[in-house]
Design a protein around this ligand. Structure first.
Ligand code: SAH
Length: 460
């Protein structure tokens, strides 16, 4: 099979990045925007030795789970990959993905993955948007999302998964750019000024923070931007973030305030949180409560336990747990997030939580307090190998692993459970077994899935 060939195939499965998978003459083809059961005529775009990429030329028979995407730019936009699949099917796919990773990467054979806890309504759920800014063919600014696997920007006025209200902010920033002459950033040449618009919304409070990420120290006519944005109900803060690096990382380290407060406040359950632009905060407030309630239930607290919450962000899980624990220690690498965490403990009158700034793998060995429960919630790359060793040495009764990537979750669980390829010497201390695996859907429409896993210490 070669480029531009036409192939008739049935989609049998979906890849981790949301492409349909089918086979023709022993060759695997990945076809974007297809779902299992689709029969399609597809045109080959690119061939490797044993697999290739193709695009749909004709949808001959739709699969049972195929739906009309709710978003008009679902195909070009790289943000959501599963909008062509019915939500119930998306949840089933995510459950299978977690199961497959545990089997394939973790080597676990007999683990039951619970059905994914999904949303009642998989749209309008996001409380945060990061829109890249660039220059269109006509020279005017374009705000939107990156197209899949590229950095070309698909102009966006409304995003189906964002909270309704973000459109007015996007429109106001676009107007500001047109009127002020502030140059959109040009990634290829590292020139221009405005790189991204970051916006955050506190669902429980209605507060909105808008932050322009700039390749410089100031913007022209800042008062014009403030004037346009402050009229929008809910906007309580307008900031600039300085990022002058040639990098894909969106945010730089320095934040200055143009108007109001440089953070928003929000609630999860009864706990109130202050969230700064540089701090991590879960993007789906409704499902965050479901996720944290699951983590709390898995932690099995009675009030007597010492708990470590590693990768704690602004202390969200820590403060949830502190209400039921003797003491909680939180560790997080971003200094602004720890500043928020300390302030959040204080504002909620929580005195049994202590926070440390630093890498979890470095901080934990320096504080060898006995732990009854350790909670980890790492970024996609998972836990540092030395951290897993330290956790095994500390040998808590329970480990609650909150993961946003089932592949690295499976890899780390294999270590914690004494996987076959780990030598005895590299695994000092305890061994664990998997008690429960509960995925939670925080990202309807996309391939991502969050998983909470309870590990218990094995008794020899
Ligand atoms: N538990 C929090 C945050 C989870 S996101 C919540 O639910 O809101 C993962 C967090 O890990 C981010 O805040 C990130 O800044 C932090 N992080 C990344 N690498 C780290 C490391 N090596 N040590 C500690 N924290 C780290």
């Amino acid at each position: 099979m070669v480029k531009n060939d036409l192939a008739l195939l049935t989609i049998e499965d979906m890849s981790d990045s949301g492409e349909g998978i089918g086979h023709v003459d022993g060759v695997t083809l990945f076809v974007k925007h297809t779902v299992p059961g689709d029969v399609v005529r597809a045109k080959v775009l690119k061939m490797k030795k044993t697999y290739g990429f193709a695009k749909v030329e004709e949808l001959i028979t739709p699969g049972a789970g195929r739906v009309e995407p709710r978003c008009p730019i679902a195909a070009p936009c790289g943000g959501c990959q599963l909008q062509f699949l019915a939500y119930e099917e998306q949840l089933r796919l995510k459950q299978k993905r977690v199961q497959d990773c545990l089997t394939r990467i973790g080597g676990f054979r007999d683990i039951t993955v619970e059905p994914v806890l999904g949303m009642a309504e998989p749209s309008g759920y996001r409380n945060k948007g990061q829109f890249p800014v660039g220059k269109g063919k006509d020279g005017n600014p374009v705000l939107g999302f990156y197209a899949g696997h590229t950095h070309s920007i698909v102009a966006t006025e409304h995003c189906d998964v964002m909270w309704s209200g973000h459109e007015t902010i996007l429109a106001a920033v676009r107007e500001y750019l047109m009127e002020s002459g502030a140059a959109p950033y040009d990634e290829a040449n590292h020139t221009g000024l405005v790189r991204h618009v970051l916006m955050r919304y506190g669902k429980a409070t209605g507060q909105i923070l808008v932050c322009l990420v700039i390749n410089g120290t100031k913007i022209p006519k800042p008062e014009l931007l403030v004037e346009k944005l402050r009229q929008i109900p809910g906007v309580t803060g307008i900031c600039l973030n300085e990022n002058r690096e040639r990098t894909n990382v969106i945010l730089g380290k320095k934040v200055t305030t143009l108007y109001g407060t440089p953070y928003i406040t929000d609630y999860i359950g009864d706990v109130s949180f202050r969230i700064s632009p540089l701090s991590f905060y879960q993007v789906n407030p409704g499902q965050t409560k479901v996720l944290y309630d699951t983590a709390l239930a898995f932690a099995g607290l009675t009030g007597a336990e010492v708990v470590w919450d590693l990768y704690c962000g602004i202390g969200t899980i820590s403060l949830f747990l502190a209400q039921k624990a003797k003491h909680v220690y939180g560790v997080e690498i971003v200094p602004d997030a720890i500043r928020d965490a300390k302030e959040n403990a204080e504002r909620n009158g929580i005195t049994n939580a202590t926070f440390y700034v630093g890498a979890a793998e470095e901080v934990l060995p320096k504080h060898p307090y006995p732990a009854d429960v350790i909670v980890v919630d790492p970024p996609r790359k998972g836990c540092d190998a030395t951290l897993l060793t330290t956790m095994l040495q500390m040998a808590p009764e329970r480990i609650v692993y909150v993961s946003c990537d089932p592949a690295t979750l499976a890899r780390d669980l294999k270590v914690l459970c004494g996987g076959a390829e780990c030598s005895e010497a590299s695994l000092p201390g305890a061994r664990y077994y998997i008690e429960k695996v509960q995925p939670v859907d925080m990202f309807g429409g996309s391939v991502h899935v969050e998983t909470v896993c309870l590990l218990k210490r094995r008794r020899f």
